[in-house]
Design a protein around this ligand. Structure first.
Ligand code: ADP
Ligand code: MG
Length: 486
């Protein structure tokens, strides 16, 4: 591969405040058009913005979580441009002095089958207001403007150009998404536009130190689109350069229906916006006491929780990552483990990432809505641990618990009894079964003894078939090996 990919992401997270960033109008999603826009959002003459303290507090939460500097004094500026969904003629945004500066985000991804950790530097995160929305359908040839979204608080989180593949960009975006939800500053709903990424993409020959010319792909609101848009854009730029062309810096849009990016506009520069400090808003002052207060209110952060899981429960980094995808997953994990003992951490993690995760995925559910509770899973795993059932049967019981969307008292024990799934751990019974099999398959027995050891699996299979999978696998293996030897 001759080309190196360089990516930096700008992420707009909608902050989960009840009212807007500079007005008291509600931010609820999906209301009838223009029912949530007050005179400030409509830019009526004489109105003045008043900063929402909750939005500032949420920005501080993120800043502390990523180890950034919280600016003691930051400034709101006017970013001037014309668009019908922006009645003021400017967007209020932090430009020269943002509230959050620096910081890092580490995440894990799989590379060539190995789990590796990457750290991306963050440039800044600044507060700003969202614009309204143009509606181009159903207006008899005219466009409509919905100003409900105007003034919704956004935190734009900007990374350094530290990512080197689409997979890294997606892993970064997933980690950031998990973090803002974890911190309770954003609802994370990507379909509703609460978390959207602009991907800046360039390529350069391996070994070259200067960056290539970048294009910015706007408004990617799913991880899949982020991945596909970058993949397409990288191919486009490489082909262009290899054909003797040059990448032109511009803003592009990704079209998921055609899986391609298209020119939207040529790149604007900061001076095009005539930024200047907004005279309607005094500089934002954040005291050390306020920062300390916010720090105290932070939950245990995913990174700290991961190292604790490694330390206290002996999980691998990979499993610790899996168990801290969200606070809800961590809670489920700790609740299950609490009933079984720390020694079972690996088993519990495997079941949450395996059986539970695949059932959630299949039914499109979040773990909060899991149809098997942590208490039920613990009850099931206890029977696996004490040898009452085998791993295979345990999956069957899990499936039954899930299907019945059972109540707490519909326990694994009841299903095991009801269906007669208890493992056969009676040595006498297993021995008798093996004797019967050796008599029934003399040819296979002879082949085995003359060196075809692969046939061991054949006998195990027959024994499991005869017992519907209920023979204790360990006992069966041991005894069978003895008996086959003769
Ligand atoms: P803007 O897009 O507002 O002009 P910046 O120039 O600061 O802002 O860059 C925005 C984003 O582009 C950042 O995330 C940065 O990491 C990324 N970026 C800058 N240069 C490149 C490049 N050559 N290739 C890829 N990404 C880049
Ligand atoms: Mg940009």
């Amino acid at each position: 591969m001759k080309w190196e990919v360089v990516i930096g992401l700008e992420t707009h997270t909608q902050l989960s405040t009840v009212s807007k960033i500079f007005s008291g109008a509600p931010t609820r999603f999906g209301a009838e058009a223009n029912t949530q826009a007050c005179p400030v959002d409509l830019a009526l003459p004489g109105t003045l913005p008043v900063l929402n303290r909750g939005a500032v507090e949420r920005a501080i939460r993120l800043g502390l979580a990523i180890g950034a500097q919280i600016a003691p004094r930051s400034v709101f500026a006017r970013k001037n441009y014309f668009y019908p969904d922006l009645p003021k003629g400017y967007q209020i945004s932090q430009f020269e002095t943002p509230i959050v500066q620096g910081g890092t985000l580490s995440f894990m991804l799989e590379e060539e089958g190995r789990a590796v950790t990457k750290t991306v530097r963050l440039t800044r995160a600044h507060l700003e207001e969202d614009a309204g929305k143009s509606l181009h359908e159903d207006f008899a040839g005219m466009s409509g403007i919905d100003l409900n979204r105007a003034g919704t608080p956004l935190l734009e989180i900007v990374s350094e150009p530290d990512m080197r593949s689409a997979a890294e960009a997606v892993a970064y975006a997933r980690e950031l998404h998990g973090l803002v939800v974890w911190l309770g500053i954003c609802d994370g709903n990507m379909q509703e536009g609460s978390f959207r990424c602009d991907a800046n993409v360039s390529v350069r020959p391996h070994g070259q130190s200067e960056f290539g010319t970048r294009c910015e792909i706007k408004n990617l609101n799913s991880f899949r689109f982020l991945q596909q848009a970058i993949d397409f854009e990288v191919r486009r730029q490489i082909e262009l350069i290899e054909d003797g062309g040059r990448v032109v810096q511009e803003t592009r849009l990704y079209d998921p229906d055609r899986d391609e990016t298209r020119t939207m506009r040529s790149k604007e520069d900061a001076h095009d916006y005539r930024y200047f400090p907004d005279p309607d808003l005094p500089p934002l002052a954040v005291s050390p006491e306020w920062i300390a207060h916010v720090r105290e209110s932070l939950p245990e952060l995913p990174a700290a929780m991961r190292s604790r899981y490694v330390r206290e429960f002996g999980l691998t980094d990979y499993d610790a990552h899996g168990m801290t995808q969200s606070r809800a997953v961590a809670h489920y994990f700790e609740a299950t483990l609490g009933r079984l003992g720390a020694g079972q951490s690996k088993l519990v993690a495997n079941w949450i990432m395996g059986e539970l995760a695949s059932h959630l995925r299949r039914d499109g559910l979040e773990i909060e809505a899991a149809r098997v509770s942590s208490t039920q899973l613990a009850g099931l795993l206890a029977r696996l641990i004490d040898g009452t059932i085998s791993g295979k049967i345990a999956k069957e019981v899990f499936q039954t618990l899930w299907e019945r969307a059972s109540t707490e008292n519909d326990a694994a024990d009841r299903i095991i009894d009801e269906k007669g799934l208890r493992q056969i751990s009676d040595l006498g019974a297993i021995e008798k079964l093996i004797d019967e099999l050796l008599t029934a398959y003399p040819a296979q027995l002879a082949d085995y003894r003359s060196g075809k050891e692969k046939l061991f699996g054949f006998f195990v299979g027959q024994a499991m078939k005869a017992t519907q999978g209920k023979a204790n696998p360990q006992q069966l293996n041991e005894l069978l090996r003895q008996k086959l030897r003769g």
